[in-house]
Design a protein around this ligand. Structure first.
Ligand code: URA
Length: 408
């Protein structure tokens, strides 16, 4: 049976719900080994899955754990998920904005994966911030202040935890059916009424073309329909890092600047406003235009920033504890011209190499290090101008400026 199932996928044939259920639950309870599941996942990466198979897999994932239930909390709960990017701190900005407008936000975020940082790691750069709230604590805090950002509760889609860990080390992450079922199972089990997905496209993302992003978007919307959840997707660029900062404390500080209205317009601020407007439009059932003016007001009148501080305090964090390393190193322009591109993937690798993420599972994250860009794409630069400042605590790796920055 086990080999028949792997063989069927190798030949690109469709598997039934029963076969998928047997195979995946067999893996979860130890009857199917890592190498058999790895072979199967690689066959999925190569041959894909039919929509029916993806719907079945999503259900098997959801049923592997508990589903959270927030129907006793008033208001439409809108959740947001990003497929992951370099410098992606949008949750830290948009969750408080949306909550400040009276829409309950229950956000269960993840840790960094590969070159991309995770919201939970970023929040842990605030001393004392508790990312491990129980379901009871989540409900209490949402009722009290309308917002929670925490890690996933223990029993939420345990199947995804083990399959994702295996995908991460077998080069089987980049598969549209596997990404769709992984994301949608977690979002549906998290109890949101409506879901917004930010699909990142580019060299610093899982998805490298707009066509694939559209395919993923269509599939996730279809899964949402089965569970009676409205799903909207925004496709956004990840060839360039988002905003100025990459690295945990640095990113939280940048998010604070945006919440305070100190950063008026750049691609990161624009994306935050776009995503927050979409969530507010979904949460209040109003047009995106109307939602956008509420979003901008909530930044301008200080309510978004105040909500962020309320969140940090409620989860035990000390915002004054945020620290960046005082050892700095400048990367300078080697010619005059226009900054045409900043390679997101290379910046992600650089930040990871400085210790902002984990290269090995046992590594400890250094929250104080990272990369702060001094120039954004489109700006004029002169030879000798500082393009970026590295915040460091260890030996700086060899840097090839031309590999990261394209100046023409
Ligand atoms: N994010 C997820 O949660 N799952 C994937 O498979 C990819 C990105």
């Amino acid at each position: 049976m086990i080999l028949d199932i792997i063989d069927k996928k190798r030949l690109g044939k469709e598997l039934s719900y029963k076969e998928l259920d047997y195979f995946f639950n067999g893996y979860l309870n130890g009857d199917i080994c890592d190498y058999q599941m790895s072979a199967f996942l690689m066959a999925v990466c190569i041959n894909g899955m039919t929509n029916e198979e993806v719907f079945a897999l999503t259900k098997i994932f959801i049923d592997s754990g508990d589903c959270l239930e927030f129907s006793n909390i008033d208001g439409i709960k809108v959740d947001k998920h990003s497929t992951g990017g370099i410098g992606d701190k949008t949750t830290l900005v948009i969750a408080p904005i949306v909550a400040s407008l009276g829409i309950p936000v229950i956000k269960m975020s993840g840790r960094g994966l590969g070159y991309t940082g995770g919201t939970i790691d970023k929040l842990e750069s605030i001393k004392g911030y508790n990312v491990g709230l129980s379901e009871k604590e989540i409900v209490k805090q949402v009722k009290d202040i309308g917002i929670v950002i925490t890690g996933q509760t223990h029993d939420l889609v345990p199947m995804d935890k083990v399959i994702y860990a295996l995908r991460d080390v077998t080069s089987t992450v980049k598969s549209i059916p596997l990404v769709a079922s992984s994301i949608m199972s977690k979002k549906i089990a998290s109890g949101a009424d409506k879901i917004l997905i930010d699909i990142k496209v580019g060299n610093g993302a899982l998805i490298d073309t707009k066509e694939k992003a559209k395919e993923l978007s269509d599939l996730m919307i279809k899964i949402g329909k089965i569970y009676d959840k409205e799903v909207r997707c925004i496709i956004s660029d990840m060839n360039t890092p988002l905003g100025y900062s990459v690295g945990n404390s640095l990113e939280v500080l940048e998010a604070i600047d945006v919440l305070k209205g100190e950063e008026k317009s750049n691609s990161f601020v624009d994306l935050c406003i776009d995503l927050a407007s979409e969530m507010v439009s979904m949460g209040l059932n109003i047009s995106k235009e109307e939602a956008k003016s509420k979003v901008i007001n909530s930044i301008n009148d200080g309510s978004a920033y105040n909500k962020f501080i309320e969140l940090v305090e409620a989860q035990g964090g000390d915002i004054k504890s945020l620290k960046v390393s005082n050892r700095k190193y400048s990367i300078k322009a080697n010619k005059n011209g226009t900054l045409k591109a900043i390679n997101a993937l290379e910046i992600g690798k650089l930040s990871l190499g400085l210790g902002a993420g984990k290269l090995n599972i046992k590594d400890k994250i250094d929250y104080t290090v990272g990369v702060k860009l001094n120039k954004l794409v489109g700006e004029e630069v002169k030879k000798g101008d500082v393009l970026a400042t590295l915040y460091v605590n260890r030996t700086i790796p060899t840097i090839n400026v031309d590999e990261i920055f394209t100046i023409k």
